[in-house]
Design a protein around this ligand. Structure first.
Ligand code: GLU
Length: 467
């Protein structure tokens, strides 16, 4: 038996962190067992589904690196199959036509509510069976009336539901279109899903789906219902808690590895380990270690992890992601140093790639003006002379390496009897436009001789013009 899992989003919006975590757990489980992971787009709700949402989901999966072995399958392309199964259920006496009108159903509901009973369909049309009536009719599944359904949930444990609690649910609308529970069941059966890993908002559907599977003679998969993700305030995670779309995290400067690491720890643990490579996640992941209760989304922890991954990942990999952010700023990276080198000198001080891109603009683009406070503090009388001397000595350097640049700076400070800061800070403002940058010698080395000298000259002119 090949372990087969699926991620089955409805394309009614972007891929949000809850969906991404479901996808990740399903993906990990399949990968861990050398199984198969399927992507299935549940797009039968034509009103709410859109191509833009499908694209956003595919984009999110790709950015996260959650590859699938089969699919994407689209439910809208499988209607013939659903109709065939509805026909089969009717024929075998597991389903029946129901002609109850909306008014009738509403009245029934009102009566049941008034009697403090749980509202459910009373089976009035069961006798109609598979004789298609003249008038409008839906098709209902004939749910067993006795006994119980036992869900051996791999996360929540055993859940027992009495069949008399369950309705004869509608499996085909009056226009013949299949309903959600029917399509999921047919797909899980046809795609030979062995493990259904999904949000616990679907727990109510599970006993109904199990009954339909049984009626079809299909084997019932194992279920693992994942607890909700909450915001820091304990309410269900939503937009007002900040970013919830996976692609928004890219836009905000997160690495996919950091988000995956963050997501895997939302509800799953392995001892007290916090940082997991993808290989370690695959190795250690187990549904048995998923916590049954909800977990809260913590942006600070995600930010910490992001910085960890920026610091510890291969700089070339970080650079590939930084390139996207650099492009967002309208910068052509060929106009300056190799991004991998930029990552190496910036990574310690930047927690996101948005920060890193913004802090690296001066390597590629001339800046318009100097940061006011920094200029006021450092472009003082006499600093023009310091900068002019640096210009002279830098021009004579035979190589443009950090060490040589460093030597020039400390030698000049010493010969002028100045602190290092009195030399390095005006220089920093001159070449970077502000008083913050990585180590000045490494910054100049990356910036290159031409830009450095031109910017020093410009600063000298500015200071003299001001005086
Ligand atoms: N399409 C459903 C959703 O997006 C998921 C169904 C399932 O996983 O069984 O909530």
């Amino acid at each position: 038996m090949t372990i087969t899992t699926r991620f089955a989003p409805s394309p009614t919006g972007y891929l949000h962190v809850g969906g991404a975590r479901t996808a990740l757990f399903s993906w990990l489980y399949a990968r861990k067992h050398g199984g198969s992971f399927i992507l299935r787009i549940e797009d039968t709700d034509l009103e709410r589904s859109s191509q833009a949402s499908v694209d956003a989901i595919l984009q999110g999966m790709e950015w996260l690196g959650l590859d699938y072995d089969q699919g994407p399958y689209y439910q809208t392309q499988r209607f013939d199959r659903y109709h065939a199964i509805i026909g089969q259920l009717l024929e075998q006496g597991h389903a029946y036509y129901c002609t109850c009108s909306k008014d009738e159903l509403e009245q029934l509901r009102a009566e049941q509510m008034a009697n403090k009973e749980k509202p459910r369909y009373n089976g009035k049309c069961r006798h109609i069976g598979n004789h298609k009536p003249e008038q409008e009719a839906v098709v209902r599944f004939k749910n067993p009336q006795d006994g119980v359904v036992v869900i051996d949930d791999l996360v929540k444990g055993e859940i027992v539901v009495a069949n008399k609690e369950l309705d004869d649910l509608v499996i085909a609308r009056s226009d013949g279109s299949p309903t959600y529970n029917l399509t999921v069941v047919v797909d899980d059966m046809d795609m030979q899903i062995t493990h259904v890993i999904r949000g616990d908002d679907h727990i109510n559907n599970t006993p109904r789906q199990m009954n339909i599977l049984q009626a079809l003679g299909a084997s019932v998969p194992q279920y693992a219902h994942l607890p909700m993700i909450l915001g820091a305030d304990g309410a269900r995670l939503s937009k007002r808690h900040g970013a919830v779309s996976v692609m928004q995290f890219r836009d905000d400067g997160y690495l996919p590895e950091a988000l995956l690491n963050y997501l895997v720890r939302l509800g799953w643990s392995h001892g007290d380990q916090e940082v997991f490579s993808i290989a370690e996640m695959v190795q250690y992941f187990d549904l048995a270690d998923v916590n049954g209760s909800a977990s809260a989304f913590n942006m600070d922890k995600l930010l910490w992890l992001n910085h960890h991954y920026i610091m510890n990942s291969d700089p070339a990999l970080v650079a590939r992601h930084l390139a996207w952010h650099i492009a967002q700023l309208g910068i052509d990276p060929s106009t300056g140093p190799c991004l991998t080198e930029v990552v190496k000198i910036q990574r310690e001080r930047c927690k996101t790639l948005v920060e890193m891109a913004a802090a690296s603009e001066y390597f590629y683009k001339e800046f318009d003006g100097y940061e006011e406070k920094a200029a006021k503090k450092n472009f003082t009388v006499g600093s023009d002379e310091v900068l002019a001397q640096l210009h002279g000595q830098f021009s004579e350097l035979s190589d443009w390496q950090s060490e040589s640049l460093h030597q020039v700076i400390i030698n000049l400070a010493e010969s002028l009897g100045l602190s290092l800061g009195k030399v390095a800070q005006p220089l920093r403002v001159a070449v970077c436009g502000s008083g913050v940058s990585p180590a000045i010698d490494a910054t100049l080395a990356l910036l290159g001789r031409e830009k450095t000298l031109a910017r020093i000259s410009r600063a000298v002119d500015v200071i003299r013009a001001r005086a």
